[in-house]
Design a protein around this ligand. Structure first.
Ligand code: 5AD
Ligand code: SF4
Length: 366
């Protein structure tokens, strides 16, 4: 049921909205929502969101798993039309973190009590797979689980990293529309992406698929095909966040999806994948200062605090305003305060996917 709550003093409200909007140059609808939590003028499907929240609680409980994100390189051989790391973008300074820097960031994750480190990069052909394997081994020695988000590689490379101890691999399918996929990712095919995810699963990785909400050219605003593909893949985790126009890309003049649409799709992903890990994405937080909070209320159970040294974070611009880049300690502090406020405990241990744990049990009992 779509619900639009009313407010008695509209003229006061409009003045307030205008004042805040002028100060912060924000979208007025969002300002209303932000300034009036509890008295929402926005058309949010409250029933759907509270259902997603219930399903999340019943299946994966109240814990929020924190995965420390380290953006190890912003080189990319691909040219995705939506992404600031695309190879034709000359406006960012490229970097590749040194192994010692990456290990220091991973040590911070252990200090903060996170169970997992996520190594993320563009598809960087000059980051030697063996060096990455060595890093995985070192990070595992810190008692952390390792998630990789490094793009498409040969099966041999995935195997090398798996043998080194990698636990999970994030590879969003981005859009379930094959034509749109090949337009937005020149030279790439959706079928190949899905094949990669299947290879990763066979190698016993916990896999993460997912998509961007409101991509330009995506006529299916309800994302039915994306939800159906997720249901088919049954990923251990699903990264689903809003598309954010990046002025340094060919899609810079398109619009981000509305907050209502974004939260509604996120909630539907939770209904489709009751036991999967679902992050409140950095993209959601980048669009709306309370994005993490709303994501956690709409079915999410994971946050990925950024541990990348600040001077590199500034260069890792997939899209603008990437959660208002903060240093690791400030990021950590803010997330702990948020979880405290919401009464959501921090997940203990590696936070493996329940689905993967079930698969392990089934294998053993065979
Ligand atoms: N807006 C939102 N998400 C983006 N990503 C890349 N560019 C954008 C953008 N402009 C997402 C993609 C990719 C992930 C690492 O970041 O979904 O898989
Ligand atoms: Fe590269 Fe990934 Fe960005 Fe595409 S989305 S340009 S593969 S970093």
């Amino acid at each position: 049921m779509w619900q639009a709550l009313d407010c008695s003093n509209i003229s006061f409200l409009l003045k307030l909205i205008n004042r805040i909007r002028l100060q912060r140059k924000m979208n007025p609808v969002f300002v209303v929502f932000q300034s009036l939590i509890g008295v929402e003028l926005m058309r949010v499907d409250t029933e759907l969101i509270s259902k997603a929240n219930q399903i999340r609680q019943a299946n994966v409980d109240d814990e929020v798993h924190l995965r420390g994100l380290i953006e190890i390189s912003n080189y990319c051989r691909c040219n995705c039309l939506y992404c600031g790391l695309r190879k034709d973008n000359q406006r960012i300074r490229r970097y590749r973190m040194a192994p010692t820097e990456i290990l220091s960031a991973a040590r911070l994750a252990a200090e903060f009590g996170y169970g997992t480190v996520v190594l993320q990069a563009g598809e960087d052909p000059n980051f030697e797979p063996e060096v990455i394997a060595g890093l995985i081994e070192q990070i595992k020695k810190l008692g952390l689980a390792v998630t990789l988000s490094l793009g498409e590689w040969e099966r041999q490379t995935y195997l090398l990293w798996k043998k080194a101890g990698a636990d999970r691999y994030l590879m969003r399918h981005e859009t379930a529309n094959p034509e749109l996929y090949s337009i937005l990712k020149p030279g790439k095919r959706l079928s190949n992406r899905i094949k990669n995810l299947e290879i990763l699963r066979k190698l016993d990785y916990q896999i993460g698929a997912g998509f961007m909400i409101g991509l330009p050219g995506g006529l299916d605003v309800e994302h039915k095909a994306d939800l159906a593909l997720l249901t088919h893949l049954q990923p251990d985790m699903a990264g689903v966040g809003p598309f954010i126009p990046n002025p340094d890309t060919p899609l810079g003049h398109f619009k981000a999806p509305s907050l209502e649409n974004t939260l509604s799709i996120l909630a539907q992903v939770r209904l489709a994948l009751p036991s999967a890990h679902l992050p409140a994405t950095t993209a959601l937080e980048s669009l709306y200062p309370q994005g993490y909070e709303w994501g956690l209320m709409a079915g999410a159970n994971v946050i990925m605090p950024n541990l990348t040294p600040l001077h590199y974070q500034h260069q890792y611009q997939l899209y603008p305003g990437k959660a208002q880049t903060r240093n690791a300690a400030a990021y950590h502090q803010r997330i702990m305060e948020l979880l405290n406020k919401l009464g959501r405990p921090v997940g203990k241990g590696p936070g493996h996917s329940i689905l993967w744990e079930r698969r392990q049990k089934d294998e053993k009992s065979k």
